[in-house]
Write a protein that binds this ligand. Structure first.
Ligand SMILES: *Cc1c(COP(=O)(O)O)cnc(C)c1O
Length: 252
């Protein structure tokens, strides 16, 4: 049964989803980019199943989640024929690695070699390959996960990490992801997005046998700047599905 409440939710979310897509497309064109090169990940972390369903009905094709157990409940309750892609975008504890191998399409937030090795082993047991993105802590904040790389001089620090991950046969690198320091003015995030793109370009030139196409950066507050700086994936929650219930707000 489709309730009026559900219909109302779908209409609201569809409006905001389509408006966001239109904004992204326009910003991409103005920056001389192909609008098709930017994909929108709708972040449903900490949102109830009803919101997830409404987002899918509203047209969302990629959903981003942060908490593995909560996500598995959502993923398992989708219709069998559903073609939604699920991205894990939050810090993943090693002991929950199996949940990602079994249920997710891609891990955006790979943040340690130990986790990479564990995921690789489990992916092999499970008979799959897991696409991953390396999370980079471009602001060097202690409170954030990801490899700290705040300037060009620190690039070489990551070479051994990348080389070891490239050697893991059941992981497949797709690019880089970042969550920059929180700024009230989105313009202040530009230098961080740019530094992620430069690092990506450097890796793409240095490790030509891997695919470095994806740059995941930008949230509700600053996705416009991220698109101008080359984002291929923007992760937007509140601007599309509304505020998160307080209990789990503020996930990294
Ligand atoms: C929650 C979250 C987002 C979405 O943030 P909004 O402000 O709701 O758009 C994006 N990326 C990550 C890693 C997140 O944890």
């Amino acid at each position: 049964m489709v309730t009026d409440h559900m219909k109302e939710l779908v209409i609201q979310i569809r409006d905001r989803y389509e408006q966001t897509l239109a904004n992204i497309a326009q910003l991409a064109r103005e920056s001389g980019r192909d609008p098709e090169s930017v994909k929108l990940v709708v972040v449903t972390k900490a949102q109830p199943l009803e919101i997830v369903r409404a987002a899918v009905q509203a047209g969302a094709t990629i959903l981003g989640e942060n908490y593995p157990e909560e996500s598995v409940t959502k993923i398992s309750s989708m219709d069998a024929g559903s073609s939604v892609e699920w991205h894990m975008i939050g810090h993943l504890q090693s002991r929950k690695a199996r949940l990602v191998i079994e249920h997710f399409d891609l891990l955006q937030s790979l943040d340690s070699l130990k986790l990479a090795e564990r995921l690789n082993r489990m992916a092999q047991e499970f008979g799959r390959t897991l696409p991953v993105m390396l999370e980079i802590n471009v602001g060097g904040e202690e409170s954030k996960y990801g490899w700290q790389v705040t300037n060009e001089k620190e690039w070489p620090r990551l070479y051994p990490v990348v080389e070891q991950i490239l050697g893991l046969k059941n992981l497949e690198i797709r690019g880089l992801m970042t969550m920059p320091p929180w700024e009230t003015n989105p313009e202040d995030a530009r230098i961080y997005f740019r530094s992620l793109r430069l690092l990506r370009d450097h890796f793409a030139a240095r490790y030509t046998n891997a695919n470095w196409n994806q740059l995941s950066m930008g949230t509700s507050a600053d996705y416009g700047v991220a698109v101008q700086e080359g984002a291929t994936l923007v992760r937007i929650g509140t601007a599309i599905v509304g505020p998160r219930p307080l209990i789990k707000q503020g996930g990294i």
